[in-house]
Write a protein that binds this ligand. Structure first.
Ligand code: FAD
Length: 366
C-alpha cells in the first residue's frame, strides 16, 4: 500500500525566467483535504518516461495555503542534463494532467507568528516563497529574506517579492544577492546578516555549498536545532507511485523461483528481537497502538499495512517526508541521506527506513 496518487489538471504554466517555469494545478473536487498543506511542503510528481515508465520528483509548493484559490503552484528550474525538470519545462501545458502525491515534508515553521530568517539560493526560493506569503497573510512576525542568485535574469519571483515587500514594509525585508555583482556570499557576509537575528526561526534552501555554508554560520551563531531548518533538493531514486504489495509479491516470486524464502525487508532482524514489537504512534492528534510490529518490517510499511495513512514520499531515506520523533525505545535505519547527527540525537528517524531495536517504540509525527 502506498499513499494514493491523484491526477491533477494543469491550469497555468508561466515562464518565470529563461530556465524556470511555475506550474499551477487545480485541486480535484473531493480531494481538498488530501491537498491541504503547510507552507514549505512539497508535492511529488510522476514525470512520464519512455525508459522507466515514470520518474518521481519532488517540487516544493511556492503558493500559499492562505490563497484559498483551490490551486497549487510549484516552480521547476531546469537542471543541466536533468530529465524530469527539462521534461516538465518543455512539455507541460495548460489542460495537461500529471499524477501527483499529496503534500508532505517537515520544512515548515512551527509558528507563523515567529520572526523568520529565510535564506534562498536559486530554485530554493520556492518553499521560502510559500513560507513568506503565508506568514505575511496569517502571522504577525518579522520576515527577512536573503535571496542569492547567479545574476538578475535568474531571479525567480523578483516582481512578487518586490510587491510583497512594498505591501508589508514593516514586516518584510528582501535582500537580493547577485553573484554577478557581489560574488558568492561568504561566511562573514552571512554572519553579518544573521548576527542581529539570532532569535529568529531560520530556513535555508538552495544549492549544496550555499546551504552548508549558511547552516554552519547559523550553528556558530548559536541557532538551536529546532530553529535551524534546511531542505535539500535531491532527485528521488525510487518510485513512491509503485504498488508495494505488488513489489513484495514480485520479490517472493523471484525468491521462490530461486528456491529460497525471501528475507522480508531485505535485512534480517539485526536487533535479535523475537516476536512482535509494540508500536505507539501519534499522528494528526490520534494515537495508534499496534502490538504486532514484525521487527523485520519497516515502520512505514507496518503503519500502512494496518490502514494508517502516514506521510511518505521517496521511501528510500532520501527525503524527510516520513520523519518521526522517537519518544521511547529505538529503531535502526537501513539508509539515511537527510538526517544529520543532531537530528539523530534529537530522536528524529525516517519511518520508511526504520526497524525496531527495542520491544516497545513510541513515536510522534508532530
Ligand atoms: C523536497 C524537495 C523539494 C524540491 N523542490 C524543488 C523545487 O521547488 N524546484 C526545483 O526546480 N527542484 C526541486 N527539487 C529538486 C527536484 O526534485 C529534482 O531533483 C530536480 O528537478 C532535478 O531533476 P532532473 O530529473 O531534472 O535531474 P536529474 O535527476 O539530474 O536527472 C538525471 C536522472 O534522470 C534519470 N533519467 C535520465 N533520462 C531518463 C528517462 N528518459 N527516464 C527516466 N529517468 C531518466 C537518470 O538516470 C538520472 O538519474 C526538490 C527536491 C526535493 C527532494
Amino acid at each position: 500500500m502506498t499513499t494514493q496518487s491523484f491526477e491533477l489538471e494543469v491550469v497555468d504554466v508561466v515562464e518565470e525566467t529563461a530556465d524556470a517555469h511555475s506550474i499551477t494545478f487545480r485541486v480535484p473536487a473531493g480531494a481538498e483535504a488530501d491537498f491541504a498543506f503547510r507552507p514549505g511542503q512539497f508535492l511529488t510528481v510522476a514525470v512520464p518516461s519512455d525508459v522507466t515508465g515514470l520518474a518521481a520528483r519532488c517540487y516544493s509548493l511556492c503558493s500559499s495555503p492562505a490563497d484559498e484559490s483551490g490551486t497549487l503552484t510549484i516552480a521547476v528550474k531546469r537542471t543541466a542534463d536533468g530529465y524530469a525538470s527539462n521534461w516538465l519545462c518543455d512539455h507541460l501545458r495548460e489542460g495537461d494532467t500529471l499524477r501527483v502525491l499529496p503534500p508532505s515534508g517537515i520544512f515548515t515553521p512551527a509558528s507563523l507568528d515567529a520572526d523568520l530568517l529565510l535564506f534562498a539560493g536559486g530554485s530554493g526560493v520556492t518553499p521560502i516563497m510559500s513560507i513568506a506569503r503565508t506568514a505575511l497573510a496569517r502571522g504577525t512576525g518579522r520576515i527577512v529574506v536573503f535571496y542569492a542568485n547567479r545574476d538578475e535574469r535568474s531571479v525567480i519571483f523578483a516582481r512578487e517579492l518586490t510587491a510583497l515587500a512594498a505591501a508589508h514594509p514593516d514586516r518584510l525585508q528582501v535582500v537580493h544577492w547577485l553573484e554577478s555583482v557581489q560574488g558568492l556570499p561568504t561566511p562573514e557576509q552571512v554572519r553579518a546578516f544573521a548576527a542581529d537575528r539570532t532569535s529568529y526561526d531560520a530556513f535555508v534552501c538552495g544549492p549544496g555549498p550555499f546551504m552548508k555554508m549558511t547552516v554552519a554560520v547559523l550553528k556558530e551563531l548559536g541557532f538551536p536545532r529546532e530553529r535551524r531548518h534546511q531542505e535539500k533538493f535531491v532527485s528521488l531514486g525510487g518510485n513512491p507511485f509503485g504498488d508495494l504489495p505488488q513489489a513484495e509479491q514480485a520479490a517472493e516470486e523471484i525468491a521462490a523461483a530461486e528456491g529460497e524464502a525471501p528475507e522480508p525487508d531485505g535485512r534480517p532482524d539485526a536487533a535479535g528481537l523475537v516476536g512482535p514489537v509494540r508500536l505507539e504512534v501519534e499522528l494528526d492528534g490520534e494515537t495508534h497502538v499496534l502490538d504486532d510490529w514484525d521487527p523485520a518490517t519497516r515502520m512505514l510499511d507496518h503503519l500502512e499495512a494496518r490502514g494508517i495513512k502516514a506521510p511518505s514520499s521517496c521511501r528510500e531515506g532520501e527525503c524527510s517526508a516520513c520523519a518521526v520523533r522517537l519518544l521511547e525505545g529505538d529503531v535502526t535505519m537501513a539508509h539515511n541521506d537527510v538526517l544529520d547527527d543532531e537530528d539523530l540525537a534529537e530522536g528524529i528517524r525516517l519511518a520508511c527506513q526504520a526497524t525496531p531495536t527495542t520491544p516497545v517504540v513510541r513515536a510522534t509525527y508532530s
